[in-house]
Design a protein around this ligand. Structure first.
Ligand code: FAD
Length: 382
């Protein structure tokens, strides 16, 4: 049975778990609904980015719930970019002249698990895994979830959709005429590849973000605590030079030997990874308003998913949570005032980041190899 005074947070991803922590600290009962099984007991979903660049924006939020030290204990600071040309030596471009500024490579799974543990440990938080929201009536707060045992109904005073770019909560608000949305899907997708440790050590410099700018394609690599790197290849999804154009192992090997010649010797499972790993989609989600009646709202990617080229989606989602907590404090816990206030304060900022993320794609793909971009980068984005 669910408590009708509960705040329902749909999606126990990064934003949802952090929000549950903040709300529980305000003394509110929280029901966190997640479509997946408990990730702490199973394996990570394929096709999601394995690691993330966490910057000060995100760290600030973690600090407020006392999780910064735990998360940073496993973080790998990246103090600059290493540009890998097709020919010639890699070039290190520091984020600051003294090398002190860094963005942090963090395991998405470990971060999510740390947030889940923190939420689950707080009084008043209950977590229901294996619950996929399928219906929401924004007027009454009545929800229906698909579960292994069949449909489950629940009700909440306030429902917050923290269910990511393909948000079911957003779809329900749209279906009830509560908002309008636009989805700009990029004609580029992404695929993850692995550089394992070499003789037990990192095969590339571990204190940097690695970039292979190739004009129509681009690859980046971030270090992992197990001394591997996760590479993310960005490429068009269709056409002659695209993911669709490479099928058999010889074509895959030939393509990488021609365009990413230093990768092959470091990536023994390249062909296997390429054939096995899915192509993820990328896009920008915009919707207005982010809330209906002051009782159903959206946060994080559900409200404003962006392309990943600025490394700021999760950082932004965390900032939303901090701002919502501030709005609740300023309005005496009045959701009907706090949710519109959150949107008023955040929407211009998230729109700015959405545009900068698209612009940074062009910079990373084409321009980072040019000398004018080699100085003055700040350690806040990729
Ligand atoms: P999500 O993390 O997507 O979480 C949504 C949760 O809701 C999931 O647990 C999902 O299972 C659950 N859910 C979905 N539908 C339902 C439903 N119907 N019912 C119940 N539960 C549901 N950001 C950075 O800051 N730095 C980076 O370096 C970075 N790199 C990225 C690289 C790639 C390739 C991509 C694709 C993204 C990257 N991002 C990065 C963006 C970042 O991943 C997202 O912005 C962030 O995950 C958003 O968090 P969220 O909690 O809003 O959504």
């Amino acid at each position: 049975m669910s408590d009708p005074d509960e705040v329902a947070v749909v999606g126990a991803g990064l934003a949802g778990c952090l929000l549950a922590c903040f709300l529980a600290r305000r003394g509110l009962p929280v029901a966190l609904y997640e479509r997946r099984p408990d990730p702490r007991t199973g394996t990570a979903e394929r096709g999601r980015s394995i690691n993330l660049a966490l910057s000060e924006r995100g760290l600030d939020a973690l600090r407020r719930v006392g999780l910064d030290r735990q998360v940073m204990a496993e973080a790998l600071p990246m103090r600059g970019r290493v540009i890998h040309p097709v020919k010639g030596e890699p070039d290190f471009q520091p984020y600051s002249h003294d090398g002190a500024r860094a963005i942090n490579s963090i395991s998405r799974g470990a971060l999510n698990n740390a947030l889940l543990d923190a939420a689950a440990a707080l009084p008043g938080v209950r977590i229901a895994f294996g619950h996929r929201l399928t219906e929401l009536d924004p007027k009454t707060g009545e929800m229906t979830f698909d579960t292994e045992g069949g449909p489950v109904r629940a009700c909440a005073a306030v429902v917050i959709g923290a269910d990511g770019a393909g948000s079911a909560v957003r779809a329900q608000l749209l279906a009830h005429g509560g908002l309008t949305e636009s989805l700009d899907v990029l004609d580029y997708g992404y695929k993850e590849l692995t550089i394992p440790p070499l003789d037990g050590e990192f095969a590339l410099a571990p204190d940097a973000l690695h970039i292979w700018p190739r004009g129509t394609s681009m690859m980046i690599a971030l270090p992992n605590p197990d001394r591997s790197f996760t590479c993310t290849l960005f490429w068009p999804t269709s056409g002659t030079g695209s993911f669709a154009s490479l099928g058999d192992p010889a074509a895959i090997e030939g393509h990488f030997a021609a365009h990413y010649p230093d990768l092959g010797p470091l990536a023994p499972t390249l062909v296997e990874d390429y054939r096995r790993n899915p192509v993820g989609t990328l896009g920008t989600v915009r919707c207005r308003p982010w809330q209906v009646n002051g009782t159903a709202g959206l946060i994080g990617d559900a409200a404003h998913a962006i392309v990943p080229f600025y490394g700021q989606g999760a950082n932004c989602a965390f900032e939303d949570v901090v701002e919502l907590d501030r709005c609740l404090a300023e309005t005496g816990g009045d959701w009907t005032a706090a949710l519109p206030l959150l949107e008023a304060r955040r929407a211009d900022n998230t729109e700015a980041i959405a545009r900068m993320a698209l612009a940074n794609f062009v910079e990373m793909r084409d321009k980072v190899a040019s000398p004018m971009f080699q100085l003055g980068k700040k350690a806040e984005h990729l």
